[in-house]
Ligand binder design. Structure first.
Ligand SMILES: *[C@@H]1O[C@H](CO)[C@@H](O)[C@H](O)[C@H]1NC(C)=O
Ligand SMILES: *[C@@H]1O[C@H](CO)[C@@H](O)[C@H](O)[C@H]1NC(C)=O
Ligand SMILES: *[C@@H]1O[C@H](CO)[C@@H](O)[C@H](O)[C@H]1NC(C)=O
Ligand SMILES: *[C@@H]1O[C@H](CO)[C@@H](O)[C@H](O)[C@H]1NC(C)=O
Ligand SMILES: CC(=O)N[C@H]1CO[C@H](CO)[C@@H](O)[C@@H]1O
Length: 360
């Protein structure tokens, strides 16, 4: 059993920041990797052996590159392209990122029905110039990268086979209820840095969704419904002020929740709201809390820095303490609050006996 050895008393210092970033990032990253293990996440596709004889690469668009050793890939990235080149039918992995493409006409991908990855990020795609049926023939597309464009709405007719959808850093404000309909295999949805003010029930049908990033938007209300499969929900930098009492208890797989930099007050939720057995990491930093909300003993990381908390209450972590009843909290951030440094009750170490880092 680990004993709480140090209570670090630090008022706003750089060391604590780097520590925070480190713990925080490695933590979510590892969990994300774990949850994504069935797919190779990030990077390019690994070399794949094709049982068929290598198809001709003579059909390569002249603006692009088609390495003979990797006949299913088409590299057209970073070439100042203003228009999408044609996509030969043999292509499974198509890279068009970092160009100046503003539109995609219907039919552009109609020959490439075997596309599995499609990278269109870092262009200047405008919703009005992206055809409504560009994806209609793509039945096996798994990853679609459309981040860093000029989209104002979620593209229409997204393939139902999608597993990962990246739409962050656009200007999306419209989120029609059926925009994500039928995407039953989608595991990761990234919509951060857009202008979304309401999500409603449009996430309901995403039966496989594990990772949802809606941070840096204009949400005033949590999504009405989340998929039961969801494990990670990132909502930092929005305008949320309330959380319905039973919200988190409805989603038993939710482990990582970030609602920092919002407008939460203690009056905006109930004492039971965040006391749910599934949560492992909870970030409520940079809100307007004046009390530590009661949390479950299973919680491991709690970020509350940058609030207006004026008292330290052990009862928020442990209602009862003995050999078997104690908090699993490992990291607790309380710096940037109004807690007097002599306000730590003597029974704190017994309750928070697993804590390695407590910043006050
Ligand atoms: C699709 O293939 C046909 C026949 O090879 C060709 O005529 C047509 O231009 C292709 N379309 C696109 C969009 O590449
Ligand atoms: C896309 O947005 C960027 C940044 O706001 C802007 O500079 C660019 O002109 C826009 N492109 C188009 C085609 O509107
Ligand atoms: C979802 O994934 C399963 C298993 O990989 C696959 O059999 C199914 O066809 C996929 N669904 C869609 C709509 O592509
Ligand atoms: C959290 O909920 C459990 C079960 O309902 C309860 O026993 C416990 O006292 C609560 N913890 C806190 C800190 O309120
Ligand atoms: C008050 C309280 O939560 N008591 C619990 C302490 O731990 C034992 C064993 O896990 C439980 O049986 C008690 O209910």
């Amino acid at each position: 059993m680990k004993l709480l050895s140090i209570l670090l008393i630090v008022f706003l210092c750089d060391v604590s920041w780097s520590q925070y970033e480190y713990d925080y990032d490695s933590n979510w990253w590892f969990s994300y990797i774990r949850s994504q293990q069935q797919y190779s996440y990030g990077g390019g596709p690994s070399y794949e052996y094709d049982p068929d004889p290598p198809p001709s690469v003579s059909d390569c668009p002249q603006e692009c590159e088609c390495p003979p050793s990797f006949p299913t890939a088409l590299y057209c990235d970073g070439r100042n392209l203003k228009f999408l080149p044609y996509v030969p039918s043999r292509v499974k992995y198509a890279y068009f990122q970092n160009n100046q493409i503003t539109g995609i006409p219907d039919g552009a991908f109609d020959n490439a029905t075997g596309l599995v990855w499609l990278a269109l990020h870092g262009n200047q795609l405008l919703s009005d110039k992206v055809g409504r049926k560009i994806f209609s023939k793509l039945r096996v597309l798994e990853r679609l990268y459309m981040q860093n464009n000029n989209l104002t709405r979620i593209p229409s007719g997204l393939p139902r086979s999608l597993r990962e959808l990246y739409l962050q850093s656009n200007q999306i404000s419209r989120f029609p209820a059926n925009a994500l309909e039928g995407l039953e295999n989608l595991t990761a949805l990234d919509l951060h840095k857009n202008q979304i003010n309401e999500v409603g029930s449009s996430l309901r049908g995403l039966k496989s969704l594990v990772h949802l990033d809606l941070s840096n938007n204009q949400l005033r209300k949590l999504p009405d419904t989340l998929p039961d499969s969801l494990e990670q929900m990132y909502l930092e930098y929005n305008y949320l002020s309330t959380v319905p009492a039973e919200y988190f208890k409805t989603y038993p797989k939710l482990q990582y929740v970030r609602i920092s930099h919002n407008r939460l007050t203690n009056e905006g939720f109930q004492d039971t709201t965040f006391n749910t057995t599934s949560l492992v990491e909870l970030d409520l930093s940079y809100n307007q809390l004046h009390r530590i909300p009661p949390v479950n003993t299973n919680l491991q990381h709690l970020y509350l820095q940058g609030n207006q908390i004026a008292e330290f209450s052990v009862k928020s972590f442990c209602t009862y303490v003995d050999i078997t009843n104690f908090s699993r909290l490992q990291v607790l951030r309380l710096d940037g609050n109004e807690i007097p440094s002599n306000a730590i009750p003597p029974d704190t170490p017994l309750c928070l006996r697993n804590a390695d880092i407590i910043n006050m």
